[in-house]
Design a protein around this ligand. Structure first.
Ligand SMILES: Cc1cc2nc3c(=O)[nH]c(=O)nc-3n(C[C@H](O)[C@H](O)[C@H](O)COP(=O)(O)O)c2cc1C
Length: 495
């Protein structure tokens, strides 16, 4: 396979202020109102290029070592020592092969854009052993994994991490994943959520209802490991799954791992409102995100759950340095490493749209293709500083090249802290899911410059008081599912 044309693969900084730079305002600390501390996640993937194709070549980046355990243990320790709440590991099950396609993996492969990608779950035991508090949010799909097998794997890592694992429930979106799992095409979008709904019923039955508390006695005198009358079949016989049980793993600290989710469609947000304990949202402006947050909390309430118990985090890409000017210079330097082909490959996978079929000049805000027009207009109307600019292929690539679709903030610690506070106050999010441009470089900058400023403002935690607490304990104050969560109906004691 040939590599991408070198001339094609670089983006130069343009006059477009694609990244929001906000001037610092003074912060005198006089405000006595107690402020909510932010939850901070580091967003990563087991691949060379997660959301910033081309940046793996940058000197502050080490993701080309993603297949070594040392890369991951170093990163986990860095985040844990800085008291990040979680490392959230994305995953996909197929190549981004839409751009210049169909079925063309070259642009993604050449730039390492989420390809190759290793399984994230295997990282957990080693990273748990290397850290004290960090939580591991691991993505796994309800479309391509059997619930019985997934339940066992998550029970295993929940045991080995003593409850520091969360499951990011996804229904997947790539045709290439469908093809490689024996299907001609993807299962239709809403049916994927119908499958996910039954899937959750199966895993709750396995995790919550198959083993009674205290079933394991491990009595060396009598030779009884588990009491037979305390373990039972689940007898699930549904439309999509048939699982007699019992659960093959004994219950772990959390039983059901803490549940992450990020659906945005009608079906996706209804699913999240019912099942998720932390939800990831996107958006370019805080008032737009506020609408999403309000809608999620209303749906959570409608589902009979406490809306405040569900944590909502918004995605952000930060470029932070000693001064606003230094941060801006760093952003421009990053742009010189970006890979246009890899970025357009990611766009193709996310949207199903192959931009190679369009001319370089076409302004997609007025495209004849309704799908492209609606997607591009969603950004064009909200990306700060780009109101009257043409949204052609280059601008889309440039916008996405550093941190993908995440909102972007560039500046000194005080500039970025102002902006995060503004976002949190206006939108009502509980925290931020921080993408990287370089890894570990972006996280090191955040730790060096931003976290001390956030702590000074009472916006970020110091050393947690409970060492080694489970994911659910950290976010909700209890190891087990809350009573208002639908999974609780499957607890043995609940029947
Ligand atoms: C922060 C964030 C992380 C996501 N991570 C993944 C991922 O790792 N794997 C995946 O297949 N989808 C991932 N998604 C996509 C969502 O699961 C979901 O498919 C998408 O938001 C579209 O919503 P819908 O499925 O309701 O249409 C992520 C979305 C967001 C916002």
């Amino acid at each position: 396979m040939s590599t991408t044309d070198a001339n094609d693969s670089k983006l130069e900084p343009t006059q477009v202020d694609q990244v929001r730079v906000v001037q610092s305002t003074s912060h005198d600390g006089a405000d006595e109102t107690p402020k909510k501390e932010f939850i901070l996640n580091a967003f990563v993937m087991n691949t060379p290029a997660h959301l910033s194709p081309g940046l793996w070549r940058h000197p502050d980046n080490a993701t080309d070592k993603y297949k070594t355990l040392k890369f991951w243990t170093d990163l986990a320790k860095l985040l844990d020592d800085a008291n990040f709440h979680a490392m959230f590991v994305a995953d996909t099950l197929g190549a981004y092969d839409v751009y210049k396609g169909p079925s063309n993996v070259v642009p993604a492969l050449a730039s390492g854009a989420q390809f190759p990608v290793n399984d994230p779950l295997y990282l957990v035991p080693a990273l748990a052993a290397a850290t004290r508090n960090l939580i591991f949010g691991i993505t796994a799909s309800t479309t391509y994994d059997q619930p019985y097998a997934l339940a066992r794997r998550f029970s295993t890592v929940d045991h080995l991490s003593n409850g520091r694992v969360a499951w990011n429930i996804v229904t997947s979106y790539l045709e290439s994943a469908a093809r490689n799992h024996g299907l001609d095409h993807q299962v239709p979008h809403d049916e994927r959520y119908a499958i996910a709904e039954e899937y959750m019923e199966v895993v709750y039955k396995l995790w919550e209802g198959s083993w009674r508390d205290g079933a394991v006695v491990a009595d060396r005198k009598t030779g009884v490991y588990a009491q037979p009358d305390a373990v039972r079949d689940i007898g699930h016989d549904g439309k999509y799954f048939k699982v007699p049980g019992p659960h093959i793993s004994e219950p772990s600290l959390q039983r059901t791992p803490f549940l992450f989710q990020a659906g945005t469609s009608k079906a996706g947000s209804a699913f999240g409102a019912k099942h998720a304990e932390a939800i990831f949202v996107g958006g370019q402006l805080p008032d737009g995100v506020k609408k999403t947050v309000d809608s999620i909390r209303a749906q959570v309430k409608e589902a009979g759950r406490d809306p405040e118990a569900v944590k909502i985090l918004v995605g952000m890409t930060l470029v932070v340095a000693e001064t606003d000017e230094a941060a801006e210079a760093k952003r421009n330097e990053y742009l010189s490493y970006t890979d246009r082909e890899g970025t357009l490959a990611l766009f193709g996978g996310w949207t199903g749209i192959d931009l190679s079929k369009y001319s370089d000049e076409e302004d997609f805000r007025f495209s004849k293709s309704p799908a492209v027009e609606s997607i591009v207009n969603r950004w064009a109307s909200t990306v700060p500083g780009s109101d009257n600019l043409t949204w052609n292929k280059n601008r889309i690539a440039e916008y996405l090249a550093l941190g993908g679709m995440m909102a972007k903030v560039v500046g000194s610690a005080s500039t970025v802290a102002d902006e995060l506070e503004r976002w949190a106050d206006l939108s009502g999010v509980d925290g931020f899911n921080l993408a990287h441009i370089t890894n570990p470089g972006s996280f090191k900058d955040i730790i060096q410059y931003l976290l001390p400023e956030l702590r000074r403002r009472g916006r970020f935690r110091g050393e947690p008081s409970t060492e080694g607490a489970s994911a659910r304990y950290v976010f909700q104050g209890s190891d087990r599912l809350r009573q208002d969560h639908p999974g609780s109906a499957y607890k043995w004691t609940a029947r």
